[in-house]
Design a protein around this ligand. Sequence first.
Ligand code: ARG
Length: 581
Amino acid sequence: MEYTFDQFVTQVHAAIAATGRVPEDLIEVQKPKANVPADLTLPTFKAARQAGVAPPKLASELAVALQLPADTLVGAVAVAGPYLNFSMHPAQLAARVLYDVLSYGDTYGHDDEGQGRTVIVEYSSPNVAKRMHVGHIRSTIIGQSLNNIYRALGYHTVSDNHLGDWGKQFGVILAAVMRDGKPQAEGEHALAELEALYTRYSTEMKEHGALDDEARRWSLQLEQGDPQARELWQWSVDITLQANRRNYDRLGVTFDHIYGESFYEHMMEDVIAAALAKGAAYRDEDGSVVVPEQDKLPLFLLQRKDGGTLYMTRDVATVLFRLREFNPARIIYIVGSPQELHFRQLFALVRAMGYAHDVELVHVQFGTVFDAQGQPLSTRRGNMVYLELLLDEAVQRARAVIEQKNPDLPEAEKQEVAEIVGVGAVVYNDLYQDTRRNITLDWDKMLSTDGNSATYLQYSYARCRSILRKATEDAGTDEPATTLDAAVLALLEAPAEQSLLRHLAQFPAAVRDAGARYAPFVIADWCYTTAREFGVFFEQCPVLKAETPALRTARLTLVAATAQALKNGLWLLGIRVPERM
Ligand code: ARG
């Protein structure tokens, strides 16, 4: 897709090519250093060396030789030593960027780079009969954002929640529920009770062989498809999904599939046979199937000596199924760093088996979560945070912020805005920096109205919207207060206006960059800079009290575009915006 800035790049490129002085492959236009007042620069070193002239000489000659069409986006060309600098035409910049943003609306920043290609994004993937821990929470939030980003980039995305719904532990879960009864609570509380049942049973099991036998029996029955075991297992899956769904809904998280590990159980034999046939694994004397050490990756099992299969075996089946079913260009796993080795082993094995050679297999890792005292959250330490309570606390705290900022909002709206702001704060805290970094649950920072927080961004959005509302109220008509008339928009010449416009023009590039780097923070950064630039503009350029009606309209249009672009950026992160706060 060619947005305004892309067109500018294309035009600069074409103009340089047309001089016939720089070979096509040496036209490497770049973003200039921050202190250079230009939008693009051409370093002439290589071309000058080839032509046998000094770079500054070539730069000057090029400046003279350049021919630009009448409606060009290029405003100024300047020689700075060996560099040839290009700036966008201020009036064109205003008219074209505002046109882009307001005519594309909710799809401004979307692209077609992914057309015809499928990306599988796997995220959340919690375990049955347990509450999600912070690892799953981060995976859920990061994964949904990446899913949004790839969809916006034109990929066909398939999202899958790889539920941990199979494995040895189910024998214990089933035996414990049979003995102690099903929990009565709802939502996450039900899962907490199941966790407690499980822990109690496992502890007692260590001393009472009979309990151990019982768990083993349930495990076997489940594997053999015994109806009662199956039913109980299904119940545990359902109660888990029910509890998690409430949280997913609040977070705007959706999945195309929730296959879960159990879905792959019937493929185990084939996977093991294929690994053996390809020589990627061997059967040991004790009967287990071993994948030997390779490229410094330690050996691991695909099958235990008792015939049981493993988490890894199901992951191999998952890849093969996905390749067959969806023919993806890329499979992305959003899973915490502790599983790094697991995924390196998985990817290496799949390739050794002869699969996925033209498919990118990506493990997007993320760091842990610390509490405000700087302690990592852990169940053992007792400071673990669970999703439902986390969201509830965030909303409650957001409510206090709103109460203070805007006590006059009607009650129902206060609650709605608190939900948007509270949930947004949690999501943004996960996404505003490189996912590999650790995050801290620091409420003051997360809900700050002037720092790098969702609250600040939502507040900036709401401020834009309130200016626009005020403008229509003043006019007393339904007439839109904005315009796409190029002559009017040409009035946006002030440095703060031009700077904000330039920044809005960079949004599509930020989205592409975020996709290429699996990095929602690139979009978060863009949003934060937008809000700050808007702050400067708002301080320096009166909008409702602009000197002339035309300038007022032009500025209102810039405000409308800022709101739209901010909304789009936040949407990609999975954050909603309030109309007032
Ligand atoms: N359920 C696993 C856990 O909680 C995460 C699954 C990650 N995805 C995968 N394909 N292995 O640790």
